[in-house]
Design a protein around this ligand. Structure first.
Ligand SMILES: Cc1cc2nc3c(=O)[nH]c(=O)nc-3n(C[C@H](O)[C@H](O)[C@H](O)COP(=O)(O)O)c2cc1C
Length: 384
């Protein structure tokens, strides 16, 4: 198992031809700060700090594969060569500071055209119009709005569905040109792909709806098309909502996720990123009470039953907990989200706590040289 002498979390993992130096991945997190989908200095500094902070891979936020698929006006995009060009300094900085640059490709479907969280996190209204931000037409498998008061999506025709699948493949090509080493398809959180999967949002009775096989058609065809473009030696992840938990009793279930994961694996997907929820509301922002690492059981079951590499995400905040998850084989990778916003150096601090880097040898020498000499002076004052 571990190639690190003391820590499973700090052992490496090779997926296809790509090596993760440890098991810590920065989870995709929207910052809603792009203009027309283009990355800027913000994205470079924001993301490269996590590379400097010791994570093995750093995901961009969801990057829309077409303008219609943005969640908000501020979303990142990857639908043109200009978008790839704007992301090149970002991937260069992440790689320079020691992490694998990773990108999440997304289409927001019926959750497109909404407010940034700090503008209300709801359907756009007159306050957005006053800022010059107007809603745009949105699409979904079925003409079902997210909730009352939200935009009505128009139902995609089969030709339009295939065109969006092709947009994912084109976006994968742009991501490659931009220098990304890891790619993830977003199929979770109530966005387009998840709304195909869940019977609560997919009322189609053609080849893209109906039974589970029909509802899985869009994500599976998308994965196939992306894999055809994305090089064989580079890992392909798919993030899924392992189960519809948010008040939906007849939704997508864990056993469905096991089948989906197996089918994705058969199409060349390497890693299932096991999230949950979001079909009828926010996946993260408004969740009720959850416990630390609450998706670990889902992840463990999907990994063992579909026999596929997994990543767990959701309230993993303690180094020792992440260590136990990997050591016990419950997940192969651990995604850190908000805790990395709190502490972009989470991975280096975890290594220190777990004794995986006692001499600060993996730190940039500009810091490590000082910290190893300071350690004897401060260690007795540290909290247990
Ligand atoms: C600010 C913010 C933005 C997010 N944006 C995305 C996103 O773009 N794509 C995605 O799959 N999940 C997104 N998420 C969910 C996170 O990736 C992660 O799954 C979630 O925050 C739970 O993990 P945590 O408890 O470690 O934060 C976002 C979460 C936050 C807090």
């Amino acid at each position: 198992m571990a190639d690190h002498p003391t820590s499973a979390l700090f052992s490496s993992l090779t997926v296809k031809g790509t090596t993760f130096k440890n098991r810590i991945v920065i989870s995709p997190m929207c910052t809603y700060s792009a203009e027309e989908g283009l990355a800027s200095d913000w994205h470079m500094i924001h993301l490269s700090q996590f590379a400097m902070g010791g994570a093995a891979a750093v995901f961009t936020e969801a990057a829309a594969v077409e303008p219609r698929g943005k969640i908000t006006h501020g979303d990142l995009g990857i639908w043109s060569a200009d978008h790839a060009k704007a992301l090149k300094p970002v991937t260069a900085a992440i790689a320079k500071y020691g992490a694998l640059p990773a990108i999440q490709l997304a289409h927001a479907g019926r959750k497109a055209s909404m407010q940034r969280p700090w503008h209300g996190n709801g359907a756009m209204d007159k306050n957005d119009a006053a800022r010059g931000e107007m809603p745009w037409d949105i699409v979904a498998p079925s003409p079902e709005p997210l909730r009352d008061g939200w935009l009505m999506p128009s139902e995609l025709t089969v030709g339009e569905i295939i065109a969006i699948e092709d947009q994912f493949a084109l976006a994968a090509g742009h991501a490659l040109d931009a220098g990304f080493e890891v790619l993830e398809i977003h199929s979770a959180h109530g966005y387009l792909s998840h709304t195909f999967l869940s019977p609560t949002s997919n009322q189609r009775n053609d080849a893209y709806g109906g039974d589970r096989a029909g509802r899985m058609r869009f994500p599976l065809e998308t994965a196939e098309k992306v894999r055809a473009v994305w090089p064989d030696d580079k890992p392909l992840f798919v993030r899924i909502s392992s189960v519809d938990t948010d008040g939906v009793t007849e939704g997508w279930q864990l056993e469905d996720s096991v089948v989906l994961a197996s089918e994705l694996k058969a199409r060349g997907v390497d890693v299932i990123d096991c999230s949950s929820s979001g079909i009828s509301g926010p996946a993260t922002a408004a969740q009720g009470k959850t416990s630390l690492g609450y998706r670990t059981a889902y992840t463990s079951r999907i990994g063992s039953e579909a026999d596929i590499t997994t990543m767990v995400v959701g309230l993993v905040i303690h180094a020792e907990h992440a260590e136990a998850i990997v050591d016990e084989g419950q997940a192969d990778l651990v995604a850190i989200g908000r805790e990395a916003l709190f502490d972009p150096y989470w991975a280096r601090h975890a290594a220190h706590k777990l004794g995986a880097d006692p001499k600060f040898a993996d730190w940039p020498e500009q810091y490590g040289w000082w910290l190893v000499r300071r350690e004897p002076l401060v260690s007795e004052y540290r909290e247990a």
